[in-house]
Structure formats: structure tokens, C-alpha cells
Design a protein around this ligand. Structure first.
Ligand SMILES: [Zn+2]
Length: 288
């Protein structure tokens, strides 16, 4: 979180030229529908939108520009490591609570260039990117969700897209879910040809484009709504995703009280509805 009430920008950094249509999502992650822009924070209002994911998640420049501030508490009311990028024409973006900077002060950056890693520095309850858009000079914030939406960009990116050749915990979850859907796969975390063929078969059966890419259309029909008492391969997939977020569960496929507790903890930290059940919103947050 961060607060409004900014001094005028005193940097004389040159304004970069911004081409229309070159905005992009600054980080893959989750935020509640409606977002938190303008929400009360004591005597102030939340000046941006929090995008939640794990520490180390890549943070990208939302548009081309110049890094005009880099450091700790670089704007009044903001805490932790932050970057400000000037996009010209009085437009700025702010990126807060970063764990690692990947650009220098005064650097020229392109849209989509990795500029930092997500973190939990400053006044936070968990790792997230605090992202702000300023449209009429630094200090004139706008709602970043609608600002990006007007430029064809979905902040946070929603469900991730997992392509053939990918590897990792999210691929394991896909393999467990496909197994539950009826095609047994080895959950080795490598999205190779056998797994891709199984996903394509699943997509065809669901009337989707059979391209093997597990993206925003495939995820919602692939995941299951799970709760205490559920058991099976899909629960293993859920436990695998919770462990990606440091739950430390035994991946046994039984949704018992320990898994319920881990879901509730995850939901609480990520400001989801805390019900201990793994529905679509919780899955979207976990796999993002
Ligand atoms: Zn925030």
C-alpha cells in the first residue's frame, strides 16, 4: 500500500517519447475484482493497485520511458524499494515494494523491459507490486486498472499462459489436473510432448482451440472447485500450487484440515475471500 500527497517532481530527466499502443502489463499476478485504488488508508487514499504474486516475479516497464527515481521511499508516503518511470507528457508509473532493481537511475527503458523483481520491502503483509499510474504530472494518480484497460492491457494478466516446453510447479499442477480429467500423466513438471498431447485432447473435448497452450480459456475449465474432504489427483495439483507459495504440505491428494489451513492462510495473505475452499479465484491467484 502507499499514500497520496506527493511533492512536485523536481528531476530534470528528459521525457521519453511514448508511442501509442505500447503499454503492457507490469507484472503477472492477482488482485481482487474492483481493486483497491482509492480505498481508505487512514487519512489517505490508496494511490495505486496491488498486484500479488511471489517474491522474485518479474516486474516490467508498463511503457517506454526514463527511470527518474530509484531507491527507498522515493515518493512521499510510499515505503520500501521503488522506481518511478517518466513516459513523457506528464505521464509516470510507480513500482513499489520491489526486492531487486534491474535498471539504473536515468536508464532508458522500453515497454515490457524487465526493470525489477517483486518483493515485500516496506509496509506490507506479503509480496506484491504496488503499481501507480500518474497522468497529469507526478502526483496526479489515476486508477491503474482502468488506465491500462483503456490501452488494451489487463493489469495482473489474469490466468497465466503456459506454453509447451515450460517447466516447474505450475506444469506439475496441470499434469495432476489432466490426470484427474482422465488421462494419466507423470507429474514431472516438464511440459513435454506427452503432456501437450493430453492437454490438446482435453481442449478438443471442451470445444477449445487445441493448441496445447494452457491459458485464460483453458484454465477455468481445467481446475476443480475443491474443499475439505476432496481427494484425488486434482488435490495433489492444489497442494503443489500451495507449496509453490511456501505452504510446505505433503502432496498426498487428501484435502484435510492441514490443507484447509494452508488455503485459508494463502487467501488471507492475498486478500481473497477466506473460506478455506479452492474455487476459481483462488486457483487463478495460485497459478498466476
Ligand atoms: Zn499498495
Amino acid at each position: 500500500m502507499a499514500l497520496t500527497g506527493l511533492p512536485a517532481l523536481t528531476s530534470s530527466a528528459s521525457a521519453a517519447t511514448l508511442k501509442d499502443g505500447t503499454w503492457c502489463n507490469p507484472a503477472q499476478g492477482y488482485f481482487p475484482s474492483g481493486g483497491y485504488y482509492g480505498a481508505a488508508r487512514g487519512a489517505y487514499a490508496h494511490a495505486g493497485q496491488d498486484v500479488t504474486n511471489t517474491t522474485g516475479t518479474a516486474v516490467y516497464a508498463a511503457a517506454a520511458g526514463t527511470v527518474v527515481r530509484r531507491g527507498t521511499a522515493v515518493l512521499t508516503g510510499r515505503t520500501g524499494n521503488g522506481l518511478v518511470i517518466s513516459h513523457g507528457g506528464g505521464r509516470y508509473t510507480y513500482y513499489g515494494h520491489l526486492s531487486v532493481f534491474r535498471v539504473a537511475l536515468d536508464a532508458q527503458v522500453s515497454a515490457g523491459q524487465r526493470i525489477a523483481d517483486m518483493g515485500a520491502t516496506g509496509n506490507v503483509t506479503g509480496p506484491h507490486l504496488h503499481f501507480e499510474t500518474h497522468s497529469g504530472g507526478l502526483g496526479t494518480t489515476t486508477n491503474p486498472v482502468t488506465y491500462l484497460a483503456a490501452r488494451g492491457v489487463e493489469l495482473g494478466g489474469g490466468w497465466p499462459s503456459i506454453d509447451p516446453g515450460a517447466s516447474g510447479a505450475t506444469v506439475k499442477a496441470i499434469q495432476y489436473l489432466i490426470t484427474q480429467r482422465g488421462t494419466a500423466l507423470v507429474a514431472d513438471g516438464d511440459y513435454g510432448s506427452v503432456s501437450v498431447a493430453a492437454v490438446e485432447k482435453f481442449q478438443s473435448a471442451k470445444g477449445l482451440v487445441a493448441d496445447g497452450q494452457v491459458g485464460p480459456k483453458t484454465w477455468p475449465v481445467l481446475v476443480y472447485s475443491l474443499q475439505e474432504g476432496s481427494s484425488g489427483s486434482h488435490v495433489r495439483g492444489l497442494q503443489e500450487m500451495l507449496n509453490k507459495h511456501s505452504a510446505g504440505l505433503v502432496v498426498d491428494g487428501d484435502f484435510g484440515s492441514v490443507t484447509t489451513s494452508a488455503v485459508r492462510t494463502y487467501q488471507s495473505v492475498n486478500r481473497l475471500t477466506v473460506d478455506g475452499q479452492a474455487g476459481p479465484k483462488t486457483w487463478e491467484a495460485l497459478v498466476g
